[in-house]
Design a protein. Structure first.
Length: 366
């Protein structure tokens, strides 16, 4: 079976979230931008992947269609670990982080979709998982910056059945409001998105310690300062989570060797796809580190994460970005029931994306 075509499909889907539109980068964030990777084969099988592309769709599309497609079109799809290693080596001049790896990740997910479809089984089954897989989810709240809104959103998420809540806040007042709203029984995680240098991070983390966090996520810039993360974790005594910005298992192995994290957070749309995600899970197990994949997505990246968790990391939680998109590629599969995702059991990723959503929300020619 050979690759006949590789196509990038940028999408932008508006969303609402119950608060103000403040985003992570200082500008209003009101839509989800992602790039699907559609791979067609000479046998008629088609697979879909997802490449991370927030605010960078044009370069990601160029990487997929101008860098990757000329190398892989016409190529036989064989054992994917060696296949993807060869592709990474061919593309190493473009860097081992960022755009190139986002594009590689999308392709890899699509190829695993095809591989499972060729076997006539779901990805979870292909990876040795259960017949009726489910994955517990946590609600990953938008960054609101308003204590009352944070409290209201926490109550709403618990009311829908979520048993874990993640905040994207950097101030004690918002975390305090969440803890007061939730009481002591609901675990809280705080993702700060790399706002502090090490000295300030120690002060901020110490101020957050009374709120009994399950983890403090990415408190330090730069995120690859694993030594500083390790010192913070030991010095303050809050479990550290990180890894959404790390690419390939090699970065995670450095992270583990430094003792930087209690929870590793590989992102399937960034790390190198399913192939690298599986390597990270194996490495984390050897290092005694828990894996909590980063997955605030609604496309093939979410489905891929669910299948991998169900099959290879059953004690992990899946992240459900707590926003309300205007449309969904996989509508019924994007909504946890009482805080639990049902994992689709059809061939490949289990279900095909909604072609009407692709048509309606495609950016440029689709």
């Amino acid at each position: 079976m050979k690759i006949a075509e590789v196509k990038a499909i940028p999408l932008e889907i508006p969303f609402s979230h119950g608060g103000n539109a403040a985003g992570w980068t200082g500008s209003a964030w009101t839509s989800l931008a992602t790039t699907l990777v559609k791979v067609s084969t000479d046998t008629g099988l088609v697979g879909y992947g997802e490449a991370f592309s927030y605010n960078c769709q044009r370069p990601v599309q160029a990487a997929i269609e101008d860098m990757i497609a000329p190398i892989v079109v016409g190529r036989e799809i064989t054992e994917l670990t060696e296949w993807m290693q060869d592709l990474q080596q061919k593309l190493h001049l473009f860097g081992r982080y960022g755009i190139a790896m986002f594009a590689i990740s999308g392709l890899d997910i699509a190829l695993w979709d095809i591989k499972a479809k060729a076997e006539g089984v779901s990805l979870c089954t292909l990876l040795g998982g259960p017949e009726k897989p489910t994955v517990s989810a946590y609600a990953s709240l938008f960054r609101h910056g308003e204590p009352q809104t944070v409290a209201d959103q926490c109550r709403a998420a618990v009311g829908e059945g979520y048993g874990w809540i993640k905040l994207h806040e950097t101030e004690v007042s918002e975390v305090s409001a969440a803890r007061e709203a939730l009481g002591t029984a609901v675990p809280i995680m705080v993702d700060t998105n790399c706002p502090w240098l090490p000295d300030e991070a120690r002060e901020k983390a110490a101020a957050l310690k009374p709120y009994d966090l399950l983890w403090l996520e990415e408190p330090i810039f730069p995120p690859e300062d694993f030594s500083a993360l390790a010192k913070l974790q030991v010095g303050v005594g809050i479990p550290i989570a990180a890894g959404e910005n790390a690419c390939t298992v090699f970065e995670f192995e450095k992270m583990f060797a430094a003792g930087a994290v209690t929870y590793a957070q590989p992102s399937v749309t960034k790390v190198g796809g399913i192939t690298e995600l599986l390597k990270v899970i194996d490495s984390a197990e050897s290092a005694g580190v828990s894996v909590m994949p980063h997955s605030p997505y609604f496309g093939p990246g979410l489905l891929a994460t669910l299948h991998v968790i169900a099959a290879r990391a059953p004690n992990s939680l899946a992240e459900r970005f707590y926003v309300q998109p205007e449309a969904l590629l996989y509508d019924e599969w994007s909504h946890p029931e009482a805080g639990v995702f049902q994992v689709p059991t059809g061939p490949g990723l289990g279900v095909e994306p909604d072609v009407n959503v692709i048509s309606d929300y495609g950016v440029g020619e689709v």
